[in-house]
Ligand binder design. Structure first.
Ligand code: XUL
Ligand code: CO
Length: 445
């Protein structure tokens, strides 16, 4: 029997380990599709999906919104001592993660440990709590997918962190990043993430964009150098987001971030962490962002959630569209699966989801939705019709002059001279409805 919690209190006593019961089950507290041990396309489901639980939403997000106070009253926050609360929270977190059966978790420094009276005090508290987390990782077998520093919540970061116009704040950001990297290394984290919280601007009138972006590249470079010097072998991730909290964020979307990383020689150590809701905010489909990354060998990890298309902000809902997760898993299979990354549920239960079981129900739904997507993505590959149609669509480039063109074999005037037939050229159906019908047929079968 796994050791679900290591403290002296069980936080979810009514809930046992969540089991796989299959698609016919009507039990809300069971998996219908996520069967961790099932082999599919040569690997166990658990190893394809590499689910992670986001500490910030699941154990810190209290349901507060701009219109009302907290609705999620967590029992682990009641000791009166912030450091003891953090230890209690770690017990609750490892109990939850073990019961839901996720192999990984992810954190910001400030999710796991409270801020102290100054930078040194904060670092000491973080060290103490990461020691506590290490004990719990060892006891349960749960691993750290990635760590990160929250350099956006403290008021000192209101003008940005690495891109702050005040050098003293940049130094504070560096201090937090250094300690978050130390903690990630101590806990065997497989990745380290940079989400550019307030790295952007609200008004171009008071912003020197060029200088701010150079500062960002500098912080990323020296953070990479520091982590490597301390033996970190994992991957660094940039998590694109176009806006919120700033009007315009520098890590707008995948294309922007890949260009930025290449421009600053960071593309060997950094990959991208793609969040579904951020893709939505950038005006892209989730699968578009994933596909851009896979094409460039730059997909590192995924923040698995969904947005609300009619809202212009990050609603961070749990994934529920099998259409989206199927297309996402097609891209993840196309790249040959995750290496250091995984599917991290950067998702929160709703403000009015106030029962202890709601956190379990939300994750069960998200995990089943991705497990179903994995099955269907494997079925699409095995069926072969969609990949064949796609290949056929570009077949004029597979041989003859088309292949010569792809290899750079034509000057413009030579290519232009081939354009003799203006008649029916280009009159080729895109077959979009056929592709959609086949996808639908596989989804429904
Ligand atoms: C914010 C967001 C973050 C990052 C980690 O929109 O997605 O939680 O995932 O800093
Ligand atoms: Co995220």
């Amino acid at each position: 029997m796994a050791n679900y919690f290591t403290g002296n209190k069980e936080y979810f006593p009514e809930i046992k380990k969540i089991a796989y019961e299959g698609p016919k089950s009507k039990n809300p507290m069971a998996f219908k599709y996520y069967d961790a041990e099932k082999s599919i396309a040569g690997k166990k489901m658990r190893d394809h999906l590499r689910f992670a639980i986001a500490y910030w939403h699941s154990f810190c997000g209290d349901g507060a919104d701009p219109f009302g106070a907290a609705t999620h009253i967590f029992p682990w926050n009641s000791s009166g001592d912030p450091v003891q609360n953090a230890i209690n929270k770690a017990d609750a977190a490892f109990e939850f993660i073990s019961k839901i059966g996720a192999p990984y978790y992810a954190w910001h420094d400030r999710d796991i440990a409270p801020e102290g009276k100054d930078a040194d005090d904060s670092a000491k508290i973080l060290e103490k709590i990461t020691d506590e987390l290490k004990k719990r990782q060892d006891a349960t077998g749960v691993k750290l997918l990635w760590g990160t520093a929250n350099v956006f919540s403290n008021p000192r970061f209101m003008n940005g962190a690495a891109t702050n116009p005040d050098f003293a704040v940049v130094a504070h950001a560096a201090n937090q990043i250094q300690h978050a990297i130390d903690g990630t290394i101590k806990l065997g984290g497989e990745g380290y993430t940079f989400w550019g919280g307030r790295e952007g601007y609200m008004s171009i009138l008071n912003t020197d964009m060029k200088r701010e972006k150079e500062h960002l590249a500098m912080i990323l470079s020296i953070s990479r150098d520091y982590a490597r010097s301390k033996g970190f072998k994992g991957c660094f991730y940039i998590e694109p987001k176009p806006m919120e909290p700033t009007k315009h964020q520098y890590d707008f979307d995948s294309e922007t971030v890949i260009g930025f990383l290449r421009a600053h020689g960071l593309d060997k150590d950094f990959k991208l962490n793609i969040e579904a809701n951020h893709a939505e905010l950038a005006g892209h489909d989730f699968v578009h962002e994933l596909s851009v990354c896979v094409d460039n060998d730059m997909l590192g990890s995924v923040d698995a959630n969904r947005g609300e298309p009619r809202n212009g902000w990050d609603t961070d809902q749990f994934p529920s569209s099998v259409y989206e997760t199927t297309l996402a898993m097609c891209q993840i299979l196309r790249m040959g699966g995750f290496k250091t990354g995984g599917l991290n549920f950067d998702a929160k239960i709703r403000r009015n989801s106030v029962d202890a079981e709601d956190l379990f129900i939300a994750h069960i739904g998200g995990m089943d939705t991705f497990a179903f997507g994995l099955e269907k993505a494997a079925a699409i590959a095995a069926d072969g019709r969609l990949p064949d149609l796609l290949k056929k669509r570009y077949s004029s480039f597979d041989s003859g002059d088309g292949a010569k063109f792809e290899k750079g074999g034509f000057k413009l005037n030579e290519l232009a001279a081939l354009a003799k037939d203006y008649g029916k050229t280009g009159w080729t159906s895109g077959k979009q409805e056929l592709y959609e019908n086949i996808l639908q047929e596989i989804l429904l079968s």
